[in-house]
Write a protein that binds this ligand. Structure first.
Ligand SMILES: Cc1cc2nc3c(=O)[nH]c(=O)nc-3n(C[C@H](O)[C@H](O)[C@H](O)COP(=O)(O)O)c2cc1C
Length: 213
């Protein structure tokens, strides 16, 4: 989580077959447990070759994960997508969540009736490792009665490292007794962001499955 940063410029280096196979397997598992229709798109340069993509400073993107789901599944998209982002990072790959600056029309994925392509996750070997984002202070992002337990602080630190659309960090975690809740506090794509930060919180706090999605 500390090493992951959004990377928008990718080299020609191919992603090894073993890594692709591992990603495909993980995507299948995510689809089985979530009901989403996440797809790995490989060697498809056109979706990231539009004016918008260049305007958004993307270059060399040929591989991406298409995050396809039904209406009302935005939070799940965030949660399972970030699981795949961190897996890719652990395999030495770079990533970037993309909602706006790519062509949904040109994307090489199948979108069934009642489904939509909400976001893509660019994937590959970056020309750089990206840079750390600025974060709001923890006190702005959570509410805790009394002293903050260590596991909650670890969860918050992980959530603060999470990518959010335009780095807006519009989320709030609350600890009430032993119960943790998380909510969005507005902004574009904030339900996707909420799913992403929930996944980070679970990993950081060591409380897997804390949030039922
Ligand atoms: C849901 C979502 C949508 C995003 N959409 C775009 C996008 O359209 N274009 C872009 O360049 N970056 C996009 N990003 C990347 C964010 O700008 C980036 O995550 C944020 O600035 C924090 O930086 P970091 O990922 O390096 O920590 C998106 C991120 C998220 C989570």
């Amino acid at each position: 989580m500390k090493n992951r940063h959004s990377v928008r410029s990718y080299s020609d280096r191919k992603i090894e077959k073993e890594k692709m196979d591992e990603l495909r397997k993980a995507i299948d598992e995510c689809n089985r447990s979530s009901g989403l229709n996440i797809q790995l798109v490989t060697e498809e340069p056109t979706a990231f070759d539009s004016f918008m993509a260049h305007y958004g400073k993307f270059s060399g993107v040929r591989n991406y994960i298409a995050m396809v789901g039904k209406k009302g599944e935005d939070e799940k998209i965030g949660y399972y997508g970030e699981k795949l982002v961190l897996l890719a990072q652990s395999m030495g790959l770079n990533t970037c969540w993309v909602a706006l600056t790519f062509s949904k029309r040109k994307a090489g994925c199948k979108v069934g009736s009642g489904e939509k392509l909400l976001c893509a996750i660019a994937l590959g070997y970056g020309n750089t490792q990206g840079v750390e984002h600025k974060s709001k202070p923890m006190t702005d992002l959570c509410k805790v009665q009394g002293e903050m337990p260590g596991w909650f602080k670890d969860g918050m630190e992980a959530a603060m490292l999470a990518p959010t659309a335009m780095n807006q960090q519009k989320f709030l975690f609350t600890l009430d007794g032993e119960k943790v809740t998380a909510e969005k506090t507005g902004g574009m794509y904030s339900l996707v962001d909420l799913g992403i930060v929930k996944y980070h919180f679970e990993v950081g706090s060591g409380k897997e499955g804390l949030f039922k999605l």
